[in-house]
Design a protein around this ligand. Structure first.
Ligand SMILES: [Zn+2]
Length: 300
């Protein structure tokens, strides 16, 4: 009979082996749950297993506090690090949601589009008015000249010729101005249409934005509640970390400060952990740092 020790006090969540099972060394016998972590209890050596215990599993206490070892400090730090990351993610989400409730970037952009369209509309109609005045003045002058030309008061052929040339020239210019004004009026119509379109789009976006608000508020409430939970959990985990390890962790410059060892490699820098490092990790009594990047290593 081999005594199997749990790493910490927790509830038995799942029993993955039966009495009489042939198990290999390191095979998972059962899974404990503590602080929302799943902790595998593995066989210290290959063995025909005895009775893993009575009961249905869930809610059952693990081995007594006296027999169980504490969770390894590095494991606690890894969990702490995960909670800090989750906390950061939640804070980002909350900040974004609050900013979105304050103002919707899409609505703001369309407000700017509408303001620009209104300015363009104003400028286009000002141009039409300006050219219209000018053309009216030219028209009055042209009619006066024509009247003079037809009055019979001018007798000198050279003067008549000069005046008829002048009237011809004025008529041409008047026609050109009429064409130009038509073109400007088309531009003004297009500017009016742009204002109507921008107004419609803005109204739609405001409606859409308002319709999205309840969901954003509900998400915000969920995130805020989760944040409180994560913060409490983070603090509870931190309290379990021995003060010396807390100090070592806090002094570390590299972040994230904890890296898992996966396939004998530091998962942060991918440098292989030495066999003596792996031995120390297995023993689990002291903090093992990655020889390359200096992070605290945690066994996979
Ligand atoms: Zn490393």
């Amino acid at each position: 009979m081999t005594e199997v020790k749990a790493e910490l006090v927790g509830s038995v969540w799942k029993i993955t082996s039966k009495p009489g099972d042939q198990v290999a060394e390191e095979a998972v016998l059962l899974i404990l749950e503590s602080m929302k972590m799943e902790i595998e209890v593995t066989a210290p050596r290959g063995h025909r297993e005895g009775d893993p215990g009575q009961g249905d599993g869930r809610g059952q206490r693990g081995p007594g506090a006296g027999r169980a070892r504490m969770t390894k400090p590095a494991q606690l730090l890894l969990e702490h690090q995960r909670l800090v990351e989750r906390e950061r993610g939640l804070r980002d989400n909350i900040e974004r949601a609050n900013a979105r409730l304050e103002s919707d970037p899409e609505v703001v952009a369309l407000e700017e589009t509408l303001a620009a369209a209104r300015a363009a509309q104003e400028a286009a109609s000002a141009l039409v008015r300006e050219l219209d005045h000018e053309r009216e003045a030219h028209g009055t002058k042209l009619r006066a000249r024509e009247k003079e030309l037809m009055s019979g008061r001018i007798r000198s052929p050279s003067e008549l010729l000069q005046m008829s040339e002048e009237v011809k020239h004025m008529k041409e210019r008047f026609a050109e101005e009429e064409d130009a004004e038509m073109k400007l009026m088309e531009d003004a119509d297009a500017a009016d249409q742009a204002v109507r379109d921008a107004t419609t789009q803005l109204e739609e976006a405001r409606k859409q934005s308002a319709a999205e608000e309840p969901e954003i508020r509900s998400e915000l409430a969920t995130w805020t509640a989760e944040l409180a939970e994560v913060e409490a959990e983070r603090d509870a985990i931190w309290e379990q970390v021995p003060p010396a390890t807390q100090g070592a962790y806090s002094r570390m410059r590299v972040r994230p400060a904890v890296a898992q060892v996966i396939n004998n490699q530091c998962s942060a820098c991918h440098v292989t952990v030495t066999s003596s490092g792996m031995q120390k990790l297995r023993a689990g009594d002291e903090l093992v740092l990655c020889e390359n990047c200096g992070r605290i290593l945690v066994r996979d």
